[in-house]
Write a protein that binds this ligand. Structure first.
Ligand code: MN3
Length: 234
């Protein structure tokens, strides 16, 4: 091994060892890793075209490889520059108000998309079952009423934002939040445990649906991975 290769290898090994199995984002999903950044970009759990025809491949590719990649990079840069020591992203979000805006915007973009990829899947959709189904029935009356409320909320987002199903004091609640905010952040007017989320930024649907957001929301229901969503319950 020449000197240059040795240096490069040692640097990589050092960074890896330092960060191994440190950070937590969504439970254990990407908790154990050996990446040269504290919060690694989560792999997309399916190919770009897997959610066709509901979510088109080009949108998925740009959304994942450009938008999400940028949030991930910028969030890691911010965490590194600010010398953030918390390793669970929830602990960082609990103190969002104490940090510069990069933690709120880039960290939110990182977390929200990481969750968004997971709660979708090919050959999914339909209706939830088990505990999630009964909790939805209890708190919204029925699944169709829940869907109607979630659709209405998603349509009401002015500008960029997300729709959330969250658990708050044991109850399931729908909320919309602007930009990349999420219910784990101390600055959020509605706080709780995120269960399901929908990105209603135009970049999430414009290529295929242009200004027809309602059409995109309808398409989303065909790819919701309810089995995964159920595991998000507390
Ligand atoms: Mn997005």
């Amino acid at each position: 091994m020449d000197k240059r290769t040795f240096l490069k290898t040692s640097l990589l090994a050092g960074a890896g060892a330092m960060l191994l199995s440190k950070t937590k984002v969504l439970g254990e999903t990407i908790a154990s890793h050996n990446e040269p950044v504290p919060f690694p970009q989560a792999p997309l759990p399916y190919p770009y075209n897997a959610l066709e025809p509901h979510i088109d491949a080009q949108t998925m590719e740009i959304h994942y490889s450009k938008h999400y990649a940028a949030y991930t990079k910028n969030f890691n840069d911010a965490v590194t520059n600010l010398k953030v020591t918390a390793t669970d992203i929830k602990d960082i979000f609990k103190e969002t108000s104490k940090y510069p805006a990069a933690i709120r915007n880039q960290g939110g973009g990182y977390y929200n998309h990481t969750m968004f990829w997971e709660i979708m899947a090919p050959k999914a959709g339909g209706e939830p079952s088990g505990e999630l189904a009964s909790r939805i029935n209890k708190d919204f009356g029925s699944f169709s009423k829940f869907r109607e409320d979630f659709n209405k909320a998603s349509m009401s987002v002015f500008g960029s934002g997300w729709t959330w199903l969250l658990e708050k004091d044991g109850k399931l609640v729908i909320a919309t939040l602007p930009n990349q905010d999420n219910p784990l952040m101390d600055i959020s007017p509605v706080k709780g445990k995120p269960i399901l989320c929908l990105d209603v930024w135009e970049h999430a649907y414009y290529l295929k649906h242009q200004n027809r957001r309602a059409e995109y929301i309808e398409a989303f229901w065909n790819v919701v991975n309810w089995k995964k969503v159920e595991t998000n319950l507390g």
